[in-house]
Design a protein around this ligand. Structure first.
Ligand SMILES: Nc1nc2c(c(=O)[nH]1)N[C@H]1C(S)=C(S)[C@@H](COP(=O)(O)O)O[C@H]1N2
Ligand SMILES: [Mo]
Length: 198
């Protein structure tokens, strides 16, 4: 028995007498969730975190984000949603790349956003860039929350950890625009979505 295990064993036995194997298994801590990568607030379901913390939620405070509860997705939570793949020509290198991740509408559904009626979204990125799109448009454009490019996870410092993006080449609203004008509504480094009902 190593030092840590011994300490834990002593703690267990002092709390509950000689712990049976089943009792020991039941006190095993749950797997530590990964870092929150995407926070959805506003007109959501019951959420999985409380209000914005004025002291510790520094980036959101700087970006003037406010909420009394929110739904935070870590990487496994995003991976659990059905992923789709799109193949847009990107403006950065004029090449086709494979981008994959859940539909933005699937992410919102998982956060308990009711799809009926007018829903406006603010998609906010780590550099403060933010755009407003309606859920109706996001659906029509098949906007995804991309988490991988060409099979590699998107990185913070590149286009990640998430990129809200569509296949501009095949979407009527964008396909005839010059490449440099197709992705203005696609924040890379997406980390927050605010949901408003009209
Ligand atoms: N996070 C973030 N996403 C962004 C932008 C940005 O400044 N920050 N610019 C938008 C605009 S206006 C365009 S045209 C494209 C390309 O801009 P970029 O060269 O700044 O990536 O990305 C869009 N997504
Ligand atoms: Mo732009």
């Amino acid at each position: 028995m190593n030092k840590m295990n011994k300490r834990r064993f002593l703690a267990l036995t002092s709390l509950g007498g000689l712990a049976a194997p089943a009792a020991q298994a039941s006190v095993k801590p749950p797997p530590r969730p990964g870092p929150g990568l995407l926070t959805v607030s506003g007109a959501i379901g019951k959420g999985n975190r409380g209000p914005i913390d004025a002291a510790l939620d520094q980036m959101m405070v700087k970006h003037k984000v406010a909420f009394d509860r929110a739904h935070v997705f870590d990487a496994p939570a995003l991976q659990r949603l059905a992923a789709i793949q799109i193949r847009p020509t990107l403006e950065y290198d004029a090449k086709v790349h494979a981008l994959s991740g859940p539909l933005l509408s699937s992410v919102l559904e998982a956060a308990g956003v009711a799809s009926a009626g007018d829903v406006m979204l603010t998609l906010r990125a780590v550099d403060g860039y933010a755009v407003n799109v309606s859920l109706t448009d996001a659906r029509a454009w098949r906007m995804i929350v991309a988490t991988a490019i060409d099979g590699q996870p998107l990185a913070l410092g590149g286009l990640g950890p998430q990129w809200a993006v569509y296949e501009a080449d095949t979407v009527d609203a964008f396909k005839d625009k010059p490449l440099k004008e197709r992705f203005a509504l696609c924040p890379w480094g997406l980390y927050h979505v605010d949901v408003k009902r009209g």
